[in-house]
Every structure is written in structure tokens, then in C-alpha cells.
Design a protein around this ligand. Structure first.
Ligand code: NAD
Ligand code: DAU
Length: 358
């Protein structure tokens, strides 16, 4: 691992991963290929300007010729594919872009790697694909958690497109011998997450005294992982993961969305005592549910724990507090995003017709 191509590195997890690698492995050279969609934000990486071990390239993973030229020019030996359309609600309102990026884009990236790395084995190159627990579908309350052998059963256009990309990556291993690994992770949270997602949206709306939109009954269960823990797990898989294998990553917690929102509002009540919107829980508003909404996700992480001794280090309480403190101290970062026309029209599109469910 000397020269790494990170795709989607201007997004939430990718930018956290870049910051981690620059700190942990200062000898490696990083190239960040990102199309800078609405979710890509170079402000996340401002502190790296002028760092000669970091190069940013604006471009699409679906541009196979561009990817091939980058692999050759920068002598890339490792690809970590974060680039994707990632928001389930957006996939419901506009699925085709999810197919273009997540399926065709990943296919082009794989094809560029196959052509450029022809004849090179797992001792010298690696294609790591970042995926999600959502490919496995929804669990009933007493079902055992997902494991590496769980059946794929995606329910949204987003998760179906991620499932297709996982299948392609696996097929390139079996058909062409491309040295790959895949990781499927649960819901991440932490610094630099785009404020369309549950946790940053709730923090932002509390600070502005806006309603906190809870889909359906709010009793859906997610497993939450602080983004730094996810990045550590990815690094371990790059360093120690067995080629051709999939690793599940998760936070080993099972709160309902309502519980998460109540934790956020309680922390804000405490650390923003002068807020005119206290108690922030009064801002909760039940709205129409997300169609096809998965009820519960949970992960069995015994494989990654057993092979590398990895487990999450942040409790939910500690991670939420760290996240809220980060957003409180980065209000300019949020302001710059939410003032964009694109964000305003997304919020209108997604929430205007949901109404108040009660
Ligand atoms: P994000 O939406 O914050 O960032 C995605 C990034 O990809 C953006 O910078 C965007 O500009 C870039 N991008 C989009 N299309 C591109 C294209 N065609 N070519 C190049 N770049 C493109 O996403 P995230 O939350 O950081 O997720 C990163 C990856 O992790 C995704 O593959 C996602 O499926 C997966 N994942 C996310 C979570 C989560 O909770 N956020 C959990 C599990 C897995
Ligand atoms: O599980 C991993 C996945 O987590 C990733 O693969 C996705 O890229 C990522 O976006 C995330 O998907 P979710 O749909 O779980 O995340 P989101 O933050 O959109 O929603 C979390 C839960 O909160 C979900 O049950 C829907 C609910 N929700 C979300 C929003 C935005 C609400 O109740 N109200 C909202 O306004």
C-alpha cells in the first residue's frame, strides 16, 4: 500500500478516511477522485491543501479512460471505492442516478483496474469496495443479526444498486482474479456528514428551532457506528484482510430512531442552556413514512473481531456528544452547505408533501 486511489474522498466517510491515513501512514501517497456532486465538499479537506502526499482530481468513476490514466500516472496499487450516491430518500425520488454511479460507475472502475493491473497478484494490488448493511434487507425484532453469509435482499433503489455493485466486485474476483475485498457497514455518524442524513439533520434543525421530522412511528432500528471506528476497520482490512473476503462492520447497538433523537435533544438541552428552543424534544414532528422503509438492521461482527481484534471504541453516547460538539463548532461549514439552492430544493422535495402524520 504505497499509492492509494480513494474515490468519493470529498464525501463524509471518504474525507474522514483520508484524514486518518494522512495521520497514520504519512509515507503513503493519496489520490482523491471525486465528481463533487452535491455531497462532495472540498471544505472537508481544506487542511490538506499544499500537502505533497495528497492530490485531488475532479472526475467521475464512470470515466474509465480517466481512471486508467490515473492508475498509470500515479502508479496506484490500492483502490478504495467510497464513491456512490448514498441517500435512500433521494434514491426513491430519482433512482437512475443511483444505477449510473453505483452500478455502472463501479463497473468502470473495476474494468480500469482489471486492464491496468493485468497479471498483478494479491501481493501487489488491492481493490477494496465500501458497502452497506442495507444490501441484506430488513430484520424482524427477534431475528439474529446479519452475517457474512446472509442472503442479499435489498428493498430500496439505493440498496439494490449497492447490492449490484457488491456482486460485480465479487464477480471480478471469481472471473478475472482481481484481488478484491468488500466491507459492509452499518449507519455511520460523526464530523463532515452531509446534513440530509438523520443525525446532522436533527442537530441542525434543533439549533434553528425547526421541526424534527420522524418518519412513521420512529421505532425503526439502526446500528450506529462512529465514523472514526469505521475508518480504522477499513485500514485493518486493507492491511490484513484476506483477498476475496467480505467483512461486516458495525457498532453493536440497537437504538430506535426516536431514542437517537431523544439523546440528541437531551445533549443539546444540556450543552446549549441558553437555547430559546429548549426543551428541544418539543420540536419532534411525526411525518409520513419512507416507502419500503427497512425496520431493523443489526450486524454480527465476530469475523472482523476474530481476525483482527477490531471492535468499536466509541459508545453511542460518547460518539453523539463528540458529533454534536463538532457541529456546534463548525456552524460555518453547515451554513455554506444549507444556503445552496440545491439543498433548499431537496428539503422542499423530500419534506413538503409529507405533512404531519398525527
Ligand atoms: P457521501 O454521500 O457523503 O459522499 C459520496 C461522495 O462520492 C461525494 O463526495 C460525491 O461527490 C462522490 N461521488 C458521487 N458520485 C460520484 C462519481 N460518479 N464519481 C466520483 N465521485 C462521486 O457518502 P458517505 O456517507 O461518505 O458514503 C461513502 C460510501 O460508504 C458509500 O459507498 C456508501 O454506500 C457507503 N456507506 C455509507 C454509510 C453511511 O452511513 N454513510 C454506511 C455504510 C456504507
Ligand atoms: O445502514 C447504512 C446506511 O445508512 C448507508 O448505506 C446509507 O448510505 C446511509 O444514508 C444510511 O441510510 P439510512 O437510510 O439508514 O440513513 P438516514 O440518515 O437517511 O436515516 C436513518 C433513519 O432515520 C432511517 O430509519 C430513516 C429515519 N429518518 C431519516 C431522515 C432523513 C427519519 O425518521 N427522518 C428523516 O428526516
Amino acid at each position: 500500500m504505497k499509492n492509494i486511489l480513494i474515490t468519493g474522498g470529498a464525501g463524509f466517510i471518504g474525507s474522514n478516511f483520508i484524514h486518518r491515513l494522512i495521520k497514520e501512514k504519512p509515507e503513503v501517497k493519496l489520490v482523491n477522485l471525486d465528481a463533487l456532486t452535491y455531497a462532495g465538499n472540498l471544505d472537508n479537506l481544506k487542511s490538506l491543501e499544499g500537502n505533497d502526499h495528497y492530490t485531488f482530481i475532479k472526475g467521475d468513476i464512470g470515466n474509465q479512460a480517466l481512471v486508467e490514466s490515473l492508475l498509470l500516472k500515479h502508479e496506484i496499487d490500492t483502490i478504495v471505492n467510497f464513491a456512490a450516491e448514498t441517500h435512500v430518500d433521494r434514491s426513491i425520488l430519482g433512482p437512475i442516478q443511483f444505477l449510473n454511479t453505483n452500478v455502472v460507475g463501479t463497473g468502470c472502475l473495476l474494468e480500469a483496474a482489471r486492464k491496468t493491473w493485468r497479471g498483478r497478484g494479491s501481493d501487489s494490488v488491492r481493490f477494496h469496495h465500501i458497502s452497506t448493511d442495507e444490501v441484506f434487507g430488513s430484520l424482524a425484532p427477534n431475528d439474529p443479526p446479519f452475517s457474512e453469509s446472509s442472503q442479499y435482499s435489498p428493498n430500496s433503489p439505493y440498496s439494490a444498486s449497492k447490492a449490484a455493485s457488491d456482486h460485480l466486485v465479487r464477480a471480478y474476483y471469481h472471473t478475472y482474479g482481481l484481488p478484491i475485498t468488500i466491507s459492509n457497514c452499518t449507519n455511520n455518524y460523526g464530523p463532515y456528514q452531509f446534513p440530509e442524513k438523520l443525525i446532522p439533520l436533527m442537530i441542525m434543525n434543533c439549533l434553528k428551532g425547526k421541526p424534527l421530522p420522524v418518519y412513521g412511528d420512529g421505532r425503526q432500528i439502526r446500528d450506529w457506528l462512529y465514523v472514526e471506528d469505521h475508518c480504522e476497520a477499513i485500514q485493518l482490512i486493507l492491511e490484513k484482510g484476506r483477498v476475496g473476503e467480505t467483512y461486516l462492520i458495525g457498532g453493536e447497538n440497537q437504538p430506535t430512531n426516536l431514542e437517537i433523537i431523544h439523546q440528541i435533544t437531551a445533549i443539546l438541552d444540556e450543552i446549549v442552556p441558553n437555547s430559546p428552543f429548549r426543551p428541544h424534544a418539543n420540536l419532534i414532528q411525526y411525518v409520513q413514512d419512507r416507502p419500503g422503509h427497512d425496520r431493523r438492521y443489526a450486524m454480527d461482527i465476530s469475523k472482523i473481531r476474530g481476525e483482527f481484534g477490531w471492535s468499536p471504541t466509541y459508545t453511542l453516547q460518547r460518539g453523539l456528544r463528540a458529533t454534536i460538539e463538532w457541529y456546534l463548532s463548525h456552524q460555518d461549514w453547515i451554513k455554506a452547505l444549507v444556503e445552496k439552492e440545491e439543498f433548499g430544493s431537496w428539503m422542499k422535495n423530500n419534506y413538503a408533501n409529507r405533512g404531519d402524520a398525527k
